[in-house]
Structures are given as C-alpha cells and as structure tokens.
Design a protein around this ligand. Structure first.
Ligand SMILES: [Zn+2]
Length: 281
C-alpha cells in the first residue's frame, strides 16, 4: 500500500529526528535586525522532511502523524523532543530583553492602535491570533508581518483545548495555521493555548505542525478592564529580563489595553528594556 510506505517513511524520519534531538533543540535568540548566522545542525535541510501535500497516513500511523485535511502545505517536523510544558519566559533573549504579546485578535477596533504604538517606538511583539479573526482581517495580519512582529497560532475559535478530541485540536490549530500561511506565505512557528490550558495532545499536535508552545510570565489581566493605570502598574512591576507579558487586542473592549501600552512601553524603554521577539533557528 502506498499509504503504508509513506507512513513507514515518516516513522523513519521521526526516528532520525529523535536521534539528533540534542542538535535540533529549539534555539532562540533575539531577532535583531542584523540577523543570525545559520547554525550547523540547527534545523533539517529545507524540504528534507514532511510528507507530500497529499499524503494520507494509515490509521495505525505514528502518534505524531500529521493531519490530513488541515495540514499546512509546508509541513515542518516536530522539534524533538516534544515539550511537556510551554515556554513561560525567554531568558536566552538577553539580560535586557522582554517580550510583549497580544492575544485573540486581530480586531480592527484595537489592533491598528496597538500596531501604531509599537511602530512609533520601533518595537516588535508577538501576536497570537485566532483563525476566525485572522480570516476576516488578513490585512492586519499582513501589517503585523510587515512590521516584523511574530504571528502565532491561538486556535481557531478560542476553545478550552483539554475539552477537545485530538481531531478537534488538529482542526483548531491546523485551520489557523493554514490561514496564517495562506496570508503570510509561511506557517506559524509558535502557538499559545487559549486560557493557557495545555494538555499532552496539544503539545504533540502543535509539535507535529512545527510549532512551539509559548505561555507567558506576566499576566496584565487587561481583559478584566481593571483600569489603564492598573494594567500599566502590573506590567511595570512584572518587568524583568526574559519576561513575556500577556495582553489582548481583541475579545471585548480593549481600549484600556491600547491606552496602557502607550504608557508602559515608553516607560519600559526608559528603564533600559529592549522589547523584542524570539525567533527559531
Ligand atoms: Zn486568548
């Protein structure tokens, strides 16, 4: 059976990948404009892994078999070993680096203001977008990408992941990656579970789609609309090297989030922080 041959080939690839796990561990560096030289052994050669677009795996295939209907066309292998916890901070980015992240968008009511503030200070951030929002706001997705922000996957409809079957998780993550890839030309490399609710299935499925799980260090709790000053205070009090800040640019009235960013961003910069994004190499 052709399908079985493909499955066997895939398993061999996975074994090879697992065998060189140490060499292919995720390596993160600050995405400085100067770029990073390629690391030998840091990543499999382009096109060396991943089944043909039309590949369908047998039902008895390896547990990391890719999805069929929703696999992004440029499938990337898992970065072995599959993580069992998300990244919560990024100390490798440097002694003065912090990461700002915005979830649930893009929303035409708030995302443009957040993008404008980030642009004004020449700062890049991570946006974990929902597929259903991204599909309706592809111009904002392109704007994020053009400004150098990292666009990550935050599921399609913001469900509680542990309540879903593996098949449903694949659909939620896969459809979202597909929208991002169709819009930006490349699939996302990071994902964040809604509510920070991860489970083993999500780690395995995310890895099979080539994504690393990213949580956060400091929750601004901006979604509770606690007042702009409270959001600013939480972010500034939580500031430290390697910290990842969670805010939202959609999912409700986010005017406090927009206003708070205008205040804490220049304050963080003045305190000597470099706001940056990770990138995988
Ligand atoms: Zn969310």
């Amino acid at each position: 059976m052709k399908h079985d041959q493909i499955a066997a080939g895939r398993r061999t690839l996975l074994r090879l990948a697992l065998g060189i796990g140490a060499a292919t561990a995720v390596h993160m560096v600050a995405a400085d404009p100067a770029g990073t030289p390629p690391r030998p052994g840091g990543e499999p050669p382009t096109g060396a892994a991943g089944p043909p677009r039309s590949a369908r795996m047998s039902p008895t295939g390896y547990r990391l078999r890719p999805m069929t209907a929703h696999t992004p066309p440029r499938f990337r292998p898992a970065a072995p070993p599959v993580r069992t916890r998300p990244f919560e901070e990024l100390p490798d980015l440097g002694h003065d680096a912090m990461v700002l992240s915005f979830d649930d968008g893009p929303d035409p009511a708030y995302t443009p203001s957040i993008l404008a503030t980030l642009r004004r200070y020449g700062v890049r951030a991570m946006f974990f977008v929902c597929g259903e929002m991204a599909a309706d706001n592809q111009d904002l997705l392109r704007e994020m990408d053009a400004d150098g922000h990292v666009v990550g996957n935050h599921s399609w409809s913001h469900p509680l992941i542990p309540a879903l079957s593996r098949r449903a998780i694949r659909a939620e993550l896969g459809m979202t990656s597909e929208v991002i890839e169709k819009t930006l030309g490349a699939p996302p490399l990071w994902y964040r579970a809604p509510y920070g609710a991860w489970n083993r299935n999500s780690f395995e499925i995310g890895a099979a789609m080539g994504m690393e799980p990213m949580a956060w260090t400091v929750d601004s709790l901006d979604w509770t609309s606690p007042g702009t000053s409270t959001i600013v205070r939480r972010v500034r009090q939580g500031a430290a090297p390697g910290v990842v800040v969670l805010s939202h640019d959609a999912g409700g009235n986010r005017s406090q989030s927009v206003d708070a960013l205008r205040r804490y961003l220049p304050a963080l910069i003045e305190d000597g922080y470099r706001l940056t994004v990770p990138h995988r190499s």
